[in-house]
Design a protein around this ligand. Structure first.
Ligand code: GLY
Length: 383
């Protein structure tokens, strides 16, 4: 990949280069202990309000105590219930009121402590409070560490769909403490891993090969392997965001596997039955098979993706989806959900397709009929 992002090669640190809004992603085990120093360096003179997932109360209180020692804390932690349901207007209102009650000012900053839900919700609140206060992301899930905490997308869900209301609001700092992964449930870890694989598949064949060889070390939560996997993912995201912050072009590459994946997720009702990363795993294999069906690449591309993802129990075809969810989508259901995609124009879809592992591109104007024929064949022969 070529890009304009200047990436620090220093282990554990990536710069997202966006002019005077550039920021660091700092990655390491046990960063909590040095959080006040990182915060004071990135946001000198600021005080901080913490918005945290209530399942992380021990970690949040630890951070609270450390900030208090340095006089950096604004007031009580605002806890948010775990789960996607919190990305809603009523929680947004509650968080905004809590932060206003703390007396938040534009010189202050919000710390979002949790997974993607907290990052999106607290990030959105930060972007609209007092017309924008600064934000620090402290992502605690693998998915948030490699994807949602970086790049500035914030938002909430509505009855019409996910993330339909939101803003671009870049953080001023991302603090990724690998220690938070120690207690992450295996299924959530696995779902986050699908997004790591996405980076190799979309833009770095060497990284993909590295994952094929080192996946067991990553899953054993080996510190060096995790650092490399997260660092490389963040480097790739930083490069893409630096050259297309507002998704007018290349940023869409980050949606590899997401159009098919979102359709399956929506069909499953955005429930625990099929977490986002599992939908993405299946979606990536479908996108690779669709690329193959369009003559863009040979069969080894989808085969390698499928072999690697299924090694870790991720769904990679409709048969494994059926085994997991206990039912199969119909063709019409899948097409209906795909057409709700934000990227549909005049009945034609935009998909991210592959010419090989690490060679993705944005394909505009993919005809509905080609997708229909492809999905029909996949549903008839679900392996
Ligand atoms: N998660 C895709 C993006 O940040 O653009």
């Amino acid at each position: 990949m070529t890009g304009s992002a200047e990436i620090s090669r220093k282990s554990g640190q990536v710069t997202v280069t966006l002019g005077d809004r550039s920021y660091e992603i700092v990655i390491g085990a046990g960063l909590l202990a040095s959080a006040p120093q990182h915060l004071m360096q990135a946001l000198p003179g600021a005080r901080f309000a913490i918005v945290a997932d209530w399942a992380l109360s021990a970690y949040a209180h630890d951070l609270e105590a450390r900030l208090n020692e340095h006089g950096l804390l604004l007031g009580e932690i605002c806890f948010v219930p775990s789960g996607e349901k919190s990305k809603c207007f009523s929680e947004l209102e509650r968080v905004c009121n809590a932060l206003l009650d703390l007396g938040i000012e534009r010189s202050h900053a919000v710390i979002a402590l949790g997974g993607g839900v907290i990052g999106d919700l607290a990030g959105f609140a930060a972007s609209i409070l007092k017309r924008g206060v600064r934000l620090v992301q402290v992502p605690t899930t693998l998915l948030a560490q490699v994807d949602s905490s970086v790049g500035g997308k914030t938002g909430i869900d509505t009855r019409q769909g996910k993330n339909l209301i939101g803003t671009f609001h870049q953080p001023s700092l991302v603090l990724t403490d690998l220690a938070t992964l120690d207690s992450l449930p295996d299924r959530e870890f696995r779902a986050g891993y699908a997004e790591v694989v996405k980076y190799g598949a979309l833009g770095d064949a060497v990284f993909f090969e590295w994952l094929e060889a080192n996946g067991p070390r990553v899953f054993a939560r080996d510190g060096d392997a995790l650092t490399h996997a997260i660092l490389r993912s963040c480097q790739m995201k930083a490069e893409i965001v630096a050259r297309d912050e507002r998704e007018t072009g290349d940023r869409a590459l980050l949606n590899f596997g997401h159009t098919f994946g979102h359709a399956v997720e929506a069909w499953a009702g955005y429930s625990g039955e099929l977490p986002h990363g599992e939908g993405v795993a299946l979606g990536m294999v479908l996108a690779a098979k669709f690329s193959q069906a369009r003559g863009l690449c040979g069969p080894s591309v989808a085969a390698r993706l499928k072999a690697h993802l299924s090694e870790y129990g991720l769904p990679t075809d409709f048969k494994s989806l059926n085994e997991q969810v206990g039912r199969m989508p119909t063709l019409e259901e899948l097409l209906a959900y795909m057409e709700q995609d934000k990227k549909v124009r005049d009945g034609q879809l935009t998909l991210v397709l592959l010419r090989g592992i690490g060679q993705s591109f944005v394909a505009n104007g993919v005809p509905r009929d080609a997708i229909r024929d492809f999905l029909q064949a996949q549903l008839i022969n679900p392996r």
